[in-house]
Ligand binder design. Sequence first.
Ligand code: GTP
Ligand code: MG
Length: 579
Amino acid sequence: MLEFIQLLNQRYQTILSQPGNEVSKIGYQQRIDQLILAEAFMRKGRLINSSPEQPLQMTIVGPTQAGKSSLVNVLLNSRVAGVSPLAGYTIHPQGFCHGVSFADCSGLQRYFGRFQQFQQAHIPKDRHDCYSLTETGADSPHLPHGVLWDTPDFDSIDSATYREGVIRAIALADIIILVVSKEKYADQSVWDIMSALEDLHQPTVICLNKLSEGSEALLIQSLKEKWQLARKDDFPEVVSLYYQKQTGLPFWPETKQTLLIHLASKVDLKKHVRLEQDLLQKHWKTWLEPVIAEHQTLNDWDKLVDEAIKQALVNYQRDYLNHPHHYETFQQALAELLTLLEIPGLAGILTGARKVLTWPVRQMMKLGRKRLHIADSSQEIVLLNQIAEHLLIQLADRLMDNAEQDNQRQWWKEFSSLLRRQRKAILQDFSTAAKNYHVSFQQDVEKTAQRLYHKLQEQPMVLNSLRATRVTTDAAAIALTLHMGGIGVHDLIFAPAMLTVTSLLTESAIGSYMHKVEHELKQHQHNTVKQALFVEIIGQSLLALPEQLSTMTHFNISPDQLKAAEFQLTEKRHGLRLL
Ligand SMILES: Nc1nc2c(ncn2[C@@H]2O[C@H](COP(=O)(O)OP(=O)(O)OP(=O)(O)O)[C@@H](O)[C@H]2O)c(=O)[nH]1
Ligand SMILES: [Mg+2]
């Protein structure tokens, strides 16, 4: 699940970073933040699992210049955190150990993942994927033992660049200390964050900093209202901080001495697994919305391809299989049959045309060459290529229509140009496959001829009368000419002798058998063309096209990937611990 959330996050970020795409930038940025938070919260779950004795993690958050770093110093009673009047001064999560050692914190690096740990003094200013951890000798009466985290702000102009660090430090927290000043407490950014944090159920305290005498009660009331607008849980305890001239730091009031220690006792890590699951479930639909829209579009595409193939097969039937002037395959079977009949006197006729003639005629032209010649002269292949071309033109039109009307405009537009680029290659593959089909289908044609020949042998009367007829000799001569490469297969259909032999056979005792065989041949041919050409070549290449869409502009998360993730999400018994 963690990997899936990472993948989703990465795709959101890539898509958002592409100029000119038609996505809602604010909506996407919000989801990215939610995904980063969810990922970090899941990492926290792993940390709890692998090191249940983790020191307590306390995170100070707040807008820039609220006094977060100053508060770190107050709570640790030292000067470990850098304080400055420059907005956005702290830009990394900085952890300070209080009463715990580095060794106690060994799980942190795994939690932070690709964020690298540095010593506070050496943390690079030009990198945002890092944090520092510092052992302090501090011994503060206000603060429970654990790690106190100073964090960057989330509201300054530059904060977008180090926002992930803030979110990671927040999700790590067992306790949240929100610091606001009277100037900043009403900012939307503060309450957006506090609202997002509600699902993490961390015990929280609010520190109201930079107070001036007399304003406290009014500010607290206003804070409470803000809180209640943002969240449903109880308004937390507020600590009012007044400035101390001598130290230049705010002053932690005597009355709140044990507040943080008390808060620490409310931390309940056992709930973490359920909270993780609730968090994922809460956002799942929104996060996956564009992925599902893509799947819907893919479905629409599959349907378009399916319809186009069905239409192509209807055309193939109409223009070839059932077309009286175009269908040549059965005629070809009859031509094969004629070469099996061993017509007397035929050799004589043909010697005039060719010097050397051996019997049986099948040997006259090598089998492979003969089949190739037949395929080369076939109208069926020409027609199939036309049907394929027509199919792609129709599809391109539909894509253009969708690119104008559908809500997935971007997808259809890119897809349209992808198809345009691939069109030639698909047609080329189709043409090669059509020829291969035709060459190998001749085996079936020859088998059909054999079946008819055997049937004729059961009917010596028909066989003998056929052999004795002059027109059979003429037709056989034509058949042989075809087999020698003298004419093309389409010439058979219009050869009068062939037509006469066909009607002779149709009216003979094997007439109905012949119809049956012709019907079976057509059926088999239809199925072969459908499978070998339209399903395996056209269908497969068209259905595989979406894989080539750029992951720069599309999620390209497959329905199977999504299904696997959703299974993990709803798998109650083992929960997310498994993942
Ligand atoms: N007047 C007054 N100034 C304060 C108080 N607390 C902090 N400051 C000053 O406010 C400025 C900002 O304090 P920081 O603690 O650096 O604030 P921060 O929230 O860490 O700010 P960033 O790191 O920029 O996000 C510094 O100049 C502090 O000296 C206070 O209670 N009263
Ligand atoms: Mg700071």
